[in-house]
Design a protein around this ligand. Structure first.
Ligand SMILES: *[C@@H]1O[C@H](CO)[C@@H](O)[C@H](O)[C@H]1NC(C)=O
Length: 129
């Protein structure tokens, strides 16, 4: 009897894993997909899906060749929400942070993030001293 117990346990486990739980997912066609990476580290990407999703982002090099060389990123993404509305979010990102703005972004978040960009970057200063 005990000899078969492990097999029984395995069988029960296997059958529970084999239950059809996979949900049907719609395959979305990619209408456009472009990636440009440049030697200096700057780049441009964008893609568009047949379901109305879109993403664009571009990064440019700031203070090239100095100790402060960094990327300034500008981008946006767009999708259709459950109500059929188009949602679009824009953002910038650079040495002093990420700033999102758009219809679904609380304007307070945008203004706080915008203000934070002008604060001294204390983390960077700590590393140097
Ligand atoms: C780099 O940034 C620091 C901090 O903002 C500044 O003190 C320094 O002068 C900058 N260096 C150059 C080469 O611009």
């Amino acid at each position: 009897m005990f000899k078969f117990l492990p097999l029984l346990v395995l069988g029960v486990l296997a059958s529970s894993y084999a239950l059809p739980v996979a949900e049907e997912k719609e395959v979305v066609a990619i209408l456009k997909s472009e990636v440009n990476k440049n030697e200096d580290g700057s780049y441009q990407i964008n893609y568009e899906g047949a379901d109305g999703t879109e993403r664009k982002e571009e990064a440019s090099v700031v203070d090239a060749g100095t100790e402060n060389e960094s990327l300034e990123v500008k981008g946006s993404y767009k999708y259709i929400n459950d109500k059929g509305e188009t949602v679009e979010v824009f953002y910038t990102a650079g040495v002093n942070g990420f700033v999102p703005y758009g219809t679904i972004i609380n304007p307070e978040i945008t203004s706080v993030a915008e203000a934070a960009k002008d604060l001294p970057n204390t983390q960077q200063d700590d590393v140097k001293s």
